[in-house]
Unconditional design. Sequence first.
Length: 263
Amino acid sequence: MATRDIRKALHWGAFFVCWCFVLPVLADGCVMPVGAEPVTSRFVIDGDTLELGDGRRVRLIGINAPETGKQGKPSEPFANAAKTRLQTLVQAADIRLVVGVEAKDRYGRTLGHLFDADGKNIEEQLLRDGMGFALAVPPNLALIQCHGDAERHARQIKQGVWQQSPVIEAAQVRKGGFQIITGRIESTSRAGGYVWLELDGSVVLRVGKRDRHYFGSLELDGLLGRRVEARGWVIDRRGNSSVKAGYKPFMLPLRHPVMLELE
């Protein structure tokens, strides 16, 4: 582990109960478990979603690939490359599916991990190739360790989506959707059962009630003035009449500590 990563791990250890102990049994690397279900791919929809031969649509766990163009909107950089890479990885007849602890998303898609004939995790391969961004959405946390390692590899060698940094300053956020943002924490608070971390600029980070236990004992005072990098789906609150005047127009819910890093 690099010195910088060790410093990060030690620093976060002061704030969070180690999440390693709450992960399911797949946490030992991206190892395919016994009993993975044999499946076939009918067609690939985009870089993180496909339809199986039995008609199920599978949203891959632990990765967010660039969006393909829809309704007249252009595709994001590397969206087509990610789709093509996933097509290549699943074209073999022998692929395996492991459904997540949370088995369905709000769109009715199956949430799962895919493995190839050699037992290699397909999301890990996509992330290592720079074909998407690692993420953690509880309770589907089984492979966050190796997914994070795979993304770090791509980021270090500027592969795929990391060829040009996708990270933007909090002050430059102008829309909702998945983003990786950076900024300095200028204030912290607890209200309504939530933890709020306001960044300089137009974004506030929020740790929700249902996810607080993943963060352990969060020492807010220790975060004041620190620069952080956060990722997730930004919510545009500008049209929400319930948001009071003077509040940050954009909110980024943090579901898990790996979605927030000290710089």
